[in-house]
Ligand binder design. Structure first.
Ligand code: ADE
Length: 254
């Protein structure tokens, strides 16, 4: 998969993307990530990329010329994958569903905003859409772009060591993940739950499902509502964990 990133900090993007899972994916040829420097398309002698907002107000706005220039330079050198998506807090919310959508595509490109924003003509005439990684404001789109790249890349076939791991985790089925443990079975006075050491796969599956349901109800009741609540069987499973108070707090009789 090819992903092009337009940024004022290509070295930051490259550096992160050279380590860990992304680094391996790049080395193995599964991920063709190209970071392009917006400043290389600046035309004035100071190589400036920003200017004060028309109408007044604090901060600086990323100007249209270097952004459009950087994108057009790549387009005329053979092109980059579309859609081109702007990272901005006012974009469409990025979640696991969008990650899966992008992972199923041939590739895409990302444009990192900076300063107080990007000239609106870039949003209106250059990009194909906008993504936000959450309801908070970062100083720029680089971290957001890396979040998108990593969430997408780890879904690509062959990238995770264990092919099963991407399907069996938080959000894959609209629920948060159950807790995981490894050796030692006892660390200090903290024990791994007995059921996980029992060797009884039926009990393990039921416990994990119940833990997922309880964690989602506790931390993300909106996700439980989105899937239509808990069935009576699921309520019984969560009750078996001793989470009767949690269930009652969310309006379930048990
Ligand atoms: N740029 C600044 N804040 C952002 C956010 N929350 N998501 C995406 N891009 C951003």
């Amino acid at each position: 998969m090819r992903i092009d990133v337009f940024t004022l900090f290509p070295e930051v993007v490259d550096h992160y993307a050279d380590s860990s899972i992304l680094g391996r994916a790049r080395q193995g040829g599964l991920l063709d990530l190209r970071a392009h420097d917006i400043r290389s398309a600046a035309t004035d002698s100071h190589r400036s990329v920003d200017d004060a907002p028309f109408g007044g107000g604090a901060g600086m706005v990323l100007a249209p010329e270097p952004v459009v220039g950087a994108v057009e330079a790549v387009e005329s050198a053979g092109g980059m994958p579309r859609p081109l998506l702007l990272l901005t807090p006012s974009g469409r919310r990025f979640d696991q569903g969008v990650a899966a959508e992008l992972a199923g595509s041939e590739g895409f490109s990302l444009l990192c905003g900076r300063y107080e924003g990007v000239d609106q003509r870039v949003a209106d005439h250059l990009v194909d859409g906008a993504l936000s990684i959450g309801d908070y404001v970062l100083a720029g789109g680089e971290l957001a772009a890396l979040v998108v790249v990593e969430a997408v890349a780890r879904l690509l076939p062959g990238i995770l060591g264990n092919e099963a791991s991407a399907g069996d985790e938080s959000f894959a089925d609209g629920l948060l993940e159950y807790p995981q443990y490894t050796r030692p079975a006892r660390f200090r006075e903290w024990e791994v739950p007995e059921v996980l050491r029992s060797g009884d796969h039926g009990r393990v599956d039921r416990w994990r499902r119940a833990q997922s349901l309880a964690a989602t109800l506790r931390h993300r009741p909106d996700l439980v509502r989105d899937r239509g609540g808990l069935s009576p069987e699921e309520v019984a499973m969560v009750a078996e964990l001793g989470e009767v108070r949690l269930l009652r707090d969310h309006g379930y009789d048990c």
